[in-house]
Design a protein around this ligand. Structure first.
Ligand code: FDA
Length: 302
């Protein structure tokens, strides 16, 4: 089921069928703040009031059209301005394939540099999301180049990839900030651990390395066992609760989100918005096919 949903996430015909079907918007609204900057501002304000920080993401990936890349870049500049103007506790997350990596790496680099410079004026941090393994090397290369001149850039690394322990090492060598997650794409066993237990073991091991590195990292998961494994290692190392942050996705395990904050841990919520919500929604379905029940119920209600 997981592989089927991830396959469908890339199919244009399915995208048209789902996004053209009005009840789908209701389903998407559980995981996506809305389609506009106003929507993400509203969601962020609500989360900030609950003691949670935010990273805002404009949905878009694999952009093949120059005008779309330009629009996405302008959207991020505006998003940063709004976050600052509204005095929100938020930063931004961005995918390189939305900044033009598939069209022209030099343009992508230029876009990222201007985004980072704009964010830096407001002491804001920018996180580069990690996409499928077809992008890993290019994303690492771009990040390491940007890191030479920009303090406010960070990266995401995925515990399901065999290469990630090396990428963690390389990133720590340049004092880079990492968001560690399990990984959300369908990957072959040549690049990723096929066994979930291995992915989890690698996650806890890498999380331990990150939180004791003296650099501020994000541990991104909804898995209570991963959280517990991280907390135990933090306690063992005598770390303060603000030595790192947990990160979770908008609309996923709100009960756990509130518990982490109640227990005194720092928490950042990833809040996506925008019109291109289809692949993002399908990845969330693939992570927990039980979410499909929610879809079916909504369709009958709709
Ligand atoms: P796992 O998938 O094992 O799930 C553990 C439990 O969490 C489930 O049993 C269920 O209870 C709950 N859960 C998980 N997903 C759910 C969902 N969609 N709906 C409802 N419940 C759910 N990936 C990537 O490849 N590149 C990236 O840049 C990012 N960025 C990112 C940012 C943040 C803040 C988070 C939290 C995650 C990502 N991810 C990501 C996604 C990540 O790789 C992974 O696919 C999901 O977080 C699911 O993995 P878990 O660690 O939650 O565990």
């Amino acid at each position: 089921m997981k592989d089927l949903l991830l396959f469908l996430s890339k199919q244009g015909w399915m995208k048209s069928a789902i996004t053209g079907f009005p009840p789908s918007r209701h389903v998407a609204s559980r995981f996506v703040a809305g389609e506009t900057i106003d929507d993400v501002v509203r969601a962020t304000r609500e989360l900030n009031a609950k003691g949670m920080s935010v990273t805002a993401d404009h949905l878009g990936e694999h952009v093949k059209d120059l005008a779309e890349v330009k629009a996405a870049h302008a959207q991020y500049l505006e998003l940063i301005d709004r976050i600052v103007r509204e005095k929100l506790d938020a930063n931004v997350s961005v995918k390189l394939s939305e900044m033009g990596l598939d069209i022209d790496p030099a343009l992508c680099d230029e876009n990222m540099r201007s985004l980072l410079a704009h964010a830096a004026k407001h002491a804001m941090f920018v996180r580069i999301d990690m996409e499928s393994s077809a992008y890993t090397q290019r994303t690492m290369d771009t990040f390491l180049e940007l890191r030479k001149t920009h303090e406010n850039v960070g990266i995401v690394l995925q515990s399901y990839l065999h290469r990630t322990a090396d990428d963690v090492k390389r990133t720590l060598e340049v004092q880079g900030r990492i968001r560690l997650c399990k990984g959300a794409y369908a990957e072959p066993p040549t690049v990723a651990f096929p066994d979930k237990a291995e992915v989890d073991r690698n996650f806890v091991e890498l999380a331990g390395k990150l939180i004791t590195s003296g650099i501020f990292h994000g541990i991104a998961t909804h898995d209570e066992a991963m959280m517990e494994g991280t907390i135990q290692q933090a306690r063992k190392a005598g770390l303060k609760q603000d030595a790192f942050e947990f990160q979770m996705l908008y609309g996923v395990r709100r009960d756990l989100q509130e518990k982490l904050v109640r227990d005194g841990w720092k928490l950042r919520i990833y809040v996506p918005y925008g019109e291109n919500w289809y692949p993002y929604l399908m990845r969330r379905m693939a992570e927990r096919p039980a979410n499909l029940l929610f879809v079916v119920r909504s369709l009958f209600k709709g």
